[in-house]
Design a protein around this ligand. Structure first.
Ligand code: CA
Length: 362
């Protein structure tokens, strides 16, 4: 009898396990059949080299990895919403995702700039280390949480160029009254140094330089600047990276839309974003040097550097601007404290590792 009971018990258990298994397999199968269609809006012209290609690559990765369960349509600036309305449209859910630069939202969230570019701050490798292993990303996500947006890193430009100028910059006096397109913290620094900074999406820079509405503009670096043809509208190309030792781009994800995805698709979105973040830096590293050669050899562009006196003023002004921002805004203070602690530590380490090697290499 005992043996019989055991067999019955085992059989019942097996039936139960099998029923549960079927049930969970059925619901898993249902989840896997569900298809999602998302919109992704950007601050760049559609398919613009580097910046505009990154979200296209992201969409392709997600589509392939999810076997078509999550498809993402990418819109260039102005196609669905203007370039500077990306944040709001993701917050409102007009688009489930966006690709942009955090410093464009400094009017709404002053601390956001620190997640895009800090003048005289960390380079791309160091910034990625801070974001992913130094607590930076958590602070960034905390900052956008009240807007229902999850930000993740979406690419790095590497060190940018100081920009295109229609007059030579030989001293700080040459910056006085200079109408320049420059955003973020760098824009504020330029303003204190006497210039008249303007923030405008990339697509509007060329006509503004041509018409004289702008005397100067920074954009990205040789690869992107060649694509916009700035050499046709400005005389001098200043290389000295000060305002953006790197720019980190961002993917903005509507939190509700993200929470509505099954966990495997959530992971695909995050991993594809991380892949694109890494890929963009490789692309810019490879293409900037080739593009500079074209600008100089084929288009006769004159590459110049700011004199040390100008750099010194910009550096000191940056310190004052950031300290003021941190004193006036608790969120800036929190982000800057984390950024600076990480920067101080990595800077000393890189002095004896990367920097020492760069000085010694053949
Ligand atoms: Ca820039």
């Amino acid at each position: 009898m005992k043996a019989f009971s055991r067999i019955v018990l085992m059989a019942t258990s097996l039936l139960f396990i099998s029923a549960c298994g079927e049930k969970s397999e059925t619901s898993q199968a249902q989840v896997k059949q569900q298809k999602f269609k998302w919109k992704l809006v950007t601050s760049w012209p559609k398919n613009f080299p580097g910046l505009g290609i990154a979200p296209e690559k992201f969409a392709q990765h997600v589509n392939k990895m999810s076997n078509g369960r999550l498809t993402i349509e990418v819109f260039g600036a102005g196609q669905l919403v203007p370039g500077f309305e990306v944040f709001d449209s993701v917050a409102e859910g007009t688009a489930e995702m966006g690709h942009s630069g955090a410093y464009y939202w400094k009017g709404k969230i002053p601390a956001a700039s620190f997640f895009a570019a800090v003048p005289f701050g960390m380079n791309a490798v160091e910034t990625n280390a801070w974001l992913h292993y130094g607590g930076g990303l958590e602070l960034w996500q905390q900052l956008y949480k009240p807007f229902g947006i999850i930000p993740v890193a979406g690419g790095n430009s590497g060190a940018q160029f100081a920009g295109w100028f229609n007059k030579e910059i030989n001293s700080v006096e040459d910056l006085q009254g200079l109408k320049m397109r420059i955003g973020g913290i760098g824009g504020e620094v330029m303003s204190r140094a006497g210039a008249l900074p303007v923030n405008m999406p990339g697509g509007e820079i060329f006509p503004s330089l041509q018409s004289g509405a702008l005397d100067a503009s920074e954009w990205v670096g040789p690869y992107n600047d060649l694509a916009f043809g700035f050499y046709k509208a400005a005389k001098y190309y200043y290389s000295t990276a000060w305002q953006e030792p790197t720019a980190t781009l961002e993917f903005l994800i509507n939190e509700k839309a993200f929470n509505g995805l099954p966990s495997d698709l959530q992971e695909i979105v995050l991993v594809a974003a991380r892949a694109v973040n890494d890929d963009m830096l490789s692309e810019y590293t490879a293409r900037n040097s080739a593009a500079l050669k074209t600008l100089v050899e084929e288009h006769g562009v004159e590459v110049k550097t700011f004199p040390p006196q100008v750099i010194e003023v910009l550096k000191n002004t940056t310190k004052v601007v950031i300290e003021e921002m941190a004193a006036n805004d608790e969120q800036v203070n929190e982000v800057w404290t984390s950024y600076k602690r990480f920067y101080d530590s990595i800077k000393s380490y890189h002095e004896i590792s990367e920097q020492a090697y760069l000085q010694n290499r053949q």
